[in-house]
Design a protein around this ligand. Structure first.
Ligand code: DON
Length: 453
């Protein structure tokens, strides 16, 4: 068995014996869940699914829907409008607490019921049916398949959801919830009743961990900044009144629900989901909490864990003396290049350039800048991506070098850096050979223009 499946199977077999916790019964339909049900699924950034235990058991998504509907509202309205209506502070209270800001009535965060009800009401739609259809379509895109509703759970919630109705009326009274209370609460109940399997939740979590792109279907579901915001709110508020302890012990953005679902997202690594109906006093699935605590420790997943540098960024620093171009030269030109070739410095980098890697590259650049007039070839052919902020750092460092009398050539098959000025302070080339040859030509032209002697 492959090692990831083996880890999940081992955790499943051992933690299956835990008999603590109570199946939620405040929604009668949930009380019929089998407390022995226990399934785990993990979806990687390459879209591979690993699983163990009861993975075919359907259940209602409940509060695990909240970060996804929050992401939908953010996508539709933007962060400013959403934060005007729902806060982002942990309430330190239970999921169904009356966590409203004194004065404004604004709910504390979108992960508690009050905040989730307002978030649901914010999803723009032509009518109530349309609002729910948009929510269902969004959650389906996160899951990578068409989800449906467990009508029995929905009816059960409608019949017994007075506390949520009371919350909604309070918020309407305070002015923080606009629109029809009954319609909003019904849409929220329907959202909670969307039927999933544990692997669906793992794909949904993996989509958030993957910056908003579903790693199974390849579809972008939400923009990256929206995924970042949803993950941030999950990290601080996803586990209700145990959110602080959770961040301490597991260190991953997570969200639980009363039917026993629990997701956790390891950014750029994977999404994981557990289904196990017995809950602890905070409303979190007992086996899920233990499973994720163990997995986080075993695979060093805590967000604050220092992962170490994966690969060297700068793989070569050389000059045209050691690595000349293959362009044909006359004996006179060859003599000049043999004498002056050290004025052409070649630096090769690789991988993704985030802040740390770019800082490293800029340091190497500073260390090896030739005296002016000098030429620098930045060989970025093996760089796969430059993050936005780091691209600005690199662009302005190159502009600085250009302003001190250096000529710059960037070699890359794909354009990686937007020109910071017009004309750009560097000349792009499709290959390093062309870039070095161009620098040699410039050096020869400069030398020829100078009086000999
Ligand atoms: O609002 C409710 O009562 C449920 N439909 C959803 C709550 C929930 O899952 C809270 N999570 N722990």
């Amino acid at each position: 068995m492959d090692p990831v499946n083996a880890s999940l199977a081992e955790i499943h077999d051992r933690l299956g014996a835990i008999a603590d916790g109570e199946v939620a019964d405040y929604i009668p339909q949930l009380a019929s869940a089998d407390p022995r049900t226990f399934g785990l699924a993990l979806v990687s950034m390459s879209g591979h699914c690993y699983s163990a235990g009861d993975i075919d058991e359907p259940f209602s998504i409940q509060s695990v829907s909240k970060p996804f509907v929050y992401a939908l509202a953010l996508s539709e309205l933007g962060p400013a409008e959403v934060s005007r209506r729902v806060g982002a502070e942990p309430s330190g209270e239970a999921f169904n607490a009356i966590s409203l800001e004194p004065g404004t009535g604004r709910p504390a965060n979108p992960m508690v019921n009050a905040g989730a009800i307002v978030t649901t009401s914010l999803v723009p739609a032509a009518d109530p049916r349309d609002r729910f259809e948009r929510i269902l379509a969004c959650l389906s895109a996160f899951a990578g398949r068409s989800l449906d509703v467990d009508e029995d759970v929905y009816r059960s919630e409608v019949e017994t959801g007075d506390r949520n109705r009371a919350l909604a009326y309070l918020m309407r009274g305070a002015g923080s919830l606009s629109g029809d209370v009954d319609e909003t609460v019904r849409t929220y109940f329907r959202q909670c009743s969307i039927r999933v399997r544990v692997a669906d939740l793992a794909v949904m979590a993996a989509t958030l961990a993957n910056g908003g792109v579903n790693p199974v279907t390849g579809d972008r579901v939400i923009a990256e900044p929206v995924a970042v915001r949803a993950l941030a709110v999950m990290a601080t508020c996803g586990m209700y009144d145990t959110a602080g302890e959770w961040l301490l012990r597991v260190g991953l953005p997570a969200k639980s629900g009363v039917s026993g679902g629990l997701i956790a997202c390891s950014p750029a690594r994977f999404g994981i989901a557990v289904h196990s109906p017995p809950l602890d006093r905070a409303g979190n699935p007992v086996r899920g909490v233990v499973a994720l605590t163990e997995l986080s420790q075993r695979f060093a997943l805590h967000l604050m864990h220092q992962p170490g540098r994966h690969i060297a960024t700068v793989t070569e620093v050389t000059t045209a003396l050691d690595q000349p171009s293959f362009r044909a030269r006359t004996p006179g030109e060859r003599a000049v290049l043999d004498r002056e070739g050290h004025h052409i410095v070649v630096i090769r980098a690789q991988g993704v350039l985030e802040f740390t890697e770019t800082e490293h590259l800029l340091h190497a650049l500073r260390e090896s800048v030739p005296d002016a007039p000098g030429w620098i070839v930045l060989d970025l052919d093996r760089v796969t991506r430059i993050a936005v902020g780091p691209a600005t750092m690199l662009g302005s460092a190159l502009a600085g070098l250009a302003s001190t009398g250096h000529e710059l050539a960037i070699a890359a098959r794909e354009p990686l850096l937007d020109p910071v000025a017009d004309p750009a302070p560097w000349t792009p080339f499709r290959s390093r050979a062309e870039a070095v040859a161009w620098c040699e030509d410039r050096l020869l032209a400069t030398t020829a223009a100078q009086p000999s002697g």
